[in-house]
Design a protein around this ligand. Structure first.
Ligand SMILES: Cc1cc2nc3c(=O)[nH]c(=O)nc-3n(C[C@H](O)[C@H](O)[C@H](O)COP(=O)(O)O)c2cc1C
Length: 315
């Protein structure tokens, strides 16, 4: 079934995308989402080139459906990661965190579909001008790195839809069929979900992190480190230190030193819930279970369709 330009472009059954996420979306999660009829994405941001190669091979062995790779463009090994994507004949690339002009032309020459992640209408237009096939418009409530504009998904989607003619995929705060329908009503033609898939059986993130995600409550995430790259984190001792440092006027250099290296791995992959960096979105407060990825796709799609048929029940 090809219901939107996004599902047709990506060759998938349902316009539901499992986000590329460092330390969470390896081949297991990506292939599970693709096998369920959505688009699974391998998050290359936490991978050395040879690790990405292995994930691409394993993903291909686990699914014959389309899948993608997320390439954060500011990553130091980006040339080698691009080379792995091309030699691994990955059909779809979602680029983020960088200028879409740099790689889009090259990737498209190689026959790869390119989708770029943006947080504003201005950047969406730049992605379209760079030749991207679609954009992901990611709102302020999203987990992980975020835009400086702090535009929420509800405000962002209509602005991006108005600015570009290429299809728009909504991200940030979406975890159910109802929220999917809401952004589709605003003009999005697909959704990308991150936090919901962190709380999945197949996510490669540590069990302690998954448990913390489903126990998170309202107000437990916070957008911090705005002087470096804004990132939405789950509250823990490390975030407490960051907020204290920011409140006392810490410089960019001091914040970079406090962050240090390997914090994200320590938290999300190794399960250090105290000192690790724990990227997650506001929607974590609504997540209460760790489910197989196929069940997540099924539930979202079913609820989307049920709500579409009977959208509002007034009391
Ligand atoms: C644990 C985690 C890691 C993430 N890592 C990346 C990444 O490596 N590259 C990227 O473009 N976005 C990354 N994101 C953002 C997601 O791709 C997605 O756009 C976002 O999670 C959507 O918002 P939601 O969390 O409210 O669903 C990450 C998000 C989370 C929760």
């Amino acid at each position: 079934m090809s219901i939107t330009r996004v599902s047709r472009l990506l060759g998938i059954e349902y316009p539901i995308i499992g986000a590329g996420m460092i330390w969470a979306s390896g081949w297991r999660l990506a292939s599970a989402v693709s096998n369920a009829g959505g688009l699974g994405i391998i998050g290359a941001g936490s991978m050395r080139p040879e690790v990405l190669r292995e994930h691409i091979q394993k993903c291909k062995a686990a699914t014959d459906k389309p899948f993608g790779v997320n390439l954060p463009l500011l990553y130091p090994d980006i040339d080698q990661l691009v080379a792995e994507v091309v030699s691994g004949q990955v059909p779809i690339v979602f680029t983020s965190a960088g200028n879409p002009k740099t790689w889009t032309g090259y990737l498209k020459e190689k026959g790869i579909i390119v989708v770029h992640v943006v947080s504003s209408a201005v950047f969406a237009l730049k992605a379209q001008q760079a030749g991207c096939d679609a954009v992901v418009a990611e709102g302020f409530e999203a987990g992980g790195h975020n835009g400086r504009e702090e535009t929420t998904t509800l405000c962002l989607i209509p602005q991006v839809v108005e600015a570009v003619s290429i299809p728009v995929i909504a991200a940030g705060g979406i975890a159910t069929g109802k929220s999917m329908l809401a952004v589709m009503v605003l003009g999005a033609e697909g959704v990308q979900m991150g936090s919901r898939f962190v709380a999945s059986v197949e996510a490669s993130s540590h069990e302690a992190f998954k448990k913390a995600v489903i126990e998170a409550r309202e107000g437990d995430t916070f957008l911090s480190l705005k002087q470096l790259t804004p990132v939405r984190l789950l509250r823990n001792a490390f975030l407490g230190e960051v907020l204290k440092a920011e409140a006392s006027g810490a410089t960019k250099e001091a914040l970079a030193a406090l962050l240090g290296r390997g914090r994200a791995k320590k938290g999300m992959f190794e399960g250090d819930m105290t000192e690790g960096e724990l990227e997650i979105g506001q929607v974590s407060a609504s997540l209460h279970d760790i489910l197989p990825a196929s069940e997540i796709v099924r539930q979202v799609w079913e609820e989307f369709n049920q709500t579409l048929r009977n959208p509002i029940k007034f009391q």
